[in-house]
Design a protein around this ligand. Structure first.
Ligand code: WTA
Length: 632
């Protein structure tokens, strides 16, 4: 294996990096004011740090302007977006001028449909150009986009439409996946019909991904293409306060209810630009490919706002890693001379299984920086990616962050921070992680604890939509004075961080965050099931898999497992379907009635030696019963 740390090949040297870290430490206000200058402000902020009124609080700006208009002077003819269809020969290249024009047209269509600043617009699309265009069109008008993951079930969509109060939806007739068609519009129709009284959606705009017709509801639904064709190609920007919301994005936590994480404009965009440049060593001529769906935060920050605010070239790929044959992703990297490739450990684990001969058929020498996000990566997967894909030539950035952080917080910086396989390494300049014990006391030196962030950073979420109190209690109260991440971590003797996983009841399946409570709530609505517990257990391919223990009302009911799976698929989505459902007579509980998840996890993993002290259980005998059921 190579040494991926090669000072000199990248923008920053270790000395430059140290200078940044020192400057951020010595005078954070001056440091962040300086970083704020990477944006074009309508009114420049007089202060940077959040002293209670938000980051860059008196500044005004427009995010769409920063991603488009300001580049027109210098790079109107540079490619902003390359869209690669499933078919190799089908490629669309949009320059900054083209993208600006498309965004203006869509913004005008939205305005014609009554959308104004502060309104919520839901975006539910496959990987098509219109996804990026929709986000920037909303930003242009000051409307708040709410991108919904394509894999959500109608129930999950309806919940999010209701919570956000979205008044307009942009969806597609279908999405393409090989020969399969994903029914976006009919899924949306089902969502809209579920509980119409709680929804405020007045218009549905439909992108034609194929020419397949879909049912349209007169007065509510419009095909988007004809409207775009007749819309004006120029559209003024709305002046937004730095702390005005740019978007809501739903994520999972310890409660069953999805949380609408609210990101602001000035702080978030500064963070997107800062971290994209620093972590991916952004340079002119780069072709940046982040494989995340725009329905997740990674897609927001590193498909759209980071690279476009920095004037980069972004690749969007409609297809799948190994369709129509293994090596499709490597083919895309070769064809478009991708320099920067950002993906998930789950994808890497799957691709590793195809063997080393597949990638060796492709010329991957354009790659400079490889990145991963979303879950811990094993040393084996790290080394395979570094060696077989990166040829030992690339910087490797294992980036740790979360929906709430807006962008990367802990990651190597190419050329400046020596990597250690499978460690997220060091905080970015200006970020101050701490490890605390159960009581919230900070721990020093090499140790392990709960990961918190001391102070704030520009990308931190503003709040939870409609629930400021929940934001406080979830993130700011557990360890007063610090932001609580929900993760545990180990810090080694070099100060490097090794993320150990969630310390709450969030399960990470293939990088998708799923709350145990979301699954348990879905099952609670199922009459045949009295009570349940969803547990995350290690899974070779997905990182974590879900196991459910369910107590049935009538254990002789024939199809309980199927019922449970159906309920989860219907309420949450297929991505949350468990590996296994165990029908059990009862759950292990403490005498005060609390489920003992630790025990259920051990039993599901087959770790039945040393289950610890069972005397605190209300019914210690249930343990043997569960073991017998799990071991079949
Ligand atoms: C996990 C994705 C280990 C972590 C950007 C975090 C990671 C959650 C890493 C956030 C990493 C993310 N190593 N674990 N490099 N990156 N995680 O909100 O548990 O979808 O809290 O944001 O993913 O997931 P989210």
């Amino acid at each position: 294996m190579s040494t991926p740390y090669r000072a000199g090949a990248f923008r920053l040297s270790p000395e430059d990096y140290r200078a940044l870290t020192d400057a951020a430490q010595a005078n954070p206000e001056a440091y962040w004011q300086d970083q704020g200058k990477r944006l074009d402000w309508i009114k420049a902020p007089s202060n940077a740090q959040d002293t209670g009124t938000g980051w860059f609080s008196d500044g005004t700006l427009n995010a769409s302007f920063n991603c488009l208009d300001r580049h027109l002077k210098t790079r109107a003819d540079q490619t902003a977006l390359i869209w690669q269809a499933e078919e190799a020969e089908h490629i669309i290249r949009l320059t900054y001028r083209d993208l600006h024009e498309r965004v203006c047209r869509l913004a005008n269509v939205l305005r014609d449909h009554g959308i104004r600043r502060g309104d919520r617009v839901a975006v539910h699309l496959p990987t098509v150009i219109e996804g990026v265009v929709s986000m920037l069109a909303c930003a242009r008008l000051g409307a708040i986009h709410v991108v919904l993951f394509g894999g959500f079930s109608p129930e999950a969509i309806a919940d999010r439409l209701a919570d956000s109060g979205a008044s307009l939806v942009i969806t597609a007739n279908v999405g393409r996946r090989g020969a399969k068609r994903i029914p976006f519009k009919t899924t949306m129709d089902s969502a809209l019909s579920l509980r119409p009284d709680s929804l405020s959606v007045k218009h549905v705009l439909v992108v034609s991904v194929t020419d397949e017709p879909v049912p349209m509801q007169a007065g509510r639904d419009d095909m988007l293409n004809p409207l775009l064709a007749s819309a004006s190609a120029s559209c003024p920007i709305e002046t937004m306060a730095s702390t005005d919301p740019l978007f809501l994005l739903y994520t999972s936590g310890s409660t069953g209810k999805p949380k609408g994480i609210v990101h602001g404009t000035g702080g978030y965009l500064t963070w997107a630009s800062y971290t994209h440049e620093l972590v991916f060593d952004h340079q002119a001529g780069d072709v940046f490919w982040c494989t995340a769906d725009i329905g997740w935060i990674t897609g927001h920050t590193y498909v759209v706002y980071g690279p476009l605010s920095n004037g980069g070239t972004v690749l969007l790929f409609e297809g799948m890693p190994s369709h129509p044959k293994p090596g499709r992703w490597w083919d895309v990297i070769q064809a478009h001379k991708v320099t920067t490739f950002y993906t998930s450990p789950t994808a890497i684990r799957a691709l590793m299984r195809e063997g080393n001969d597949v990638p060796r058929e492709y010329d991957l020498t354009s790659l400079r920086v490889l990145g991963t996000v979303g879950e811990p990566i094993s040393q084996e997967a790290w080394s395979w990616f570094d060696d077989v894909i990166g040829g030992g030539r690339c910087a490797f950035v294992d980036t740790w962050w979360q929906t709430e952080s807006g962008g990367i917080l802990i990651s190597p910086v190419p050329g400046a921070v020596k990597e250690k396989p499978a460690s997220a390494t060091l905080p970015l300049p200006g970020v101050n992680p701490i490890l605390v014990d159960d009581k919230g006391h900070p721990l020093e030196g090499a140790t392990e604890g709960v990961l918190c962030i001391d102070g704030s950073w520009p990308g931190r979420a503003l709040t939870i939509w409609n629930d400021d109190a929940l934001f406080e209690t979830t993130y700011l109260r557990p360890y007063p004075g610090h932001y609580f991440t929900g993760d545990g971590a180990r810090r080694d003797e070099d100060g490097y961080y090794w993320i150990t996983g969630r310390v709450d009841d969030v399960i990470n399946v293939s990088g998708h965050r799923i709350g145990s409570a979301e699954i348990e709530d879905a099952l609670a609505a199922e009459h045949a099931i009295v009570e349940s517990a969803a547990i995350g257990i290690p899974h070779d391919l997905k990182g974590q898999g879900i196991v459910v223990y369910a107590v049935a009302r009538d254990p002789s009911h024939p199809d309980l497992e199927m019922l449970a799976v159906r309920a989860i698929a219907a309420k949450v989505g297929r991505y949350a379907v468990p590996e296994k459902v165990y029908i059990v007579p009862d759950l292990p509980k403490t005498r005060s009635g609390k489920n003992v998840r630790r025990l259920m996890r051990k039993i599901a993993c087959g770790e039945t030696d040393g289950l610890g002290d069972l005397s605190t259980l209300a019914d210690p005998e249930i343990v043997e019963v569960l073991i017998a059921i799990v071991q079949g």
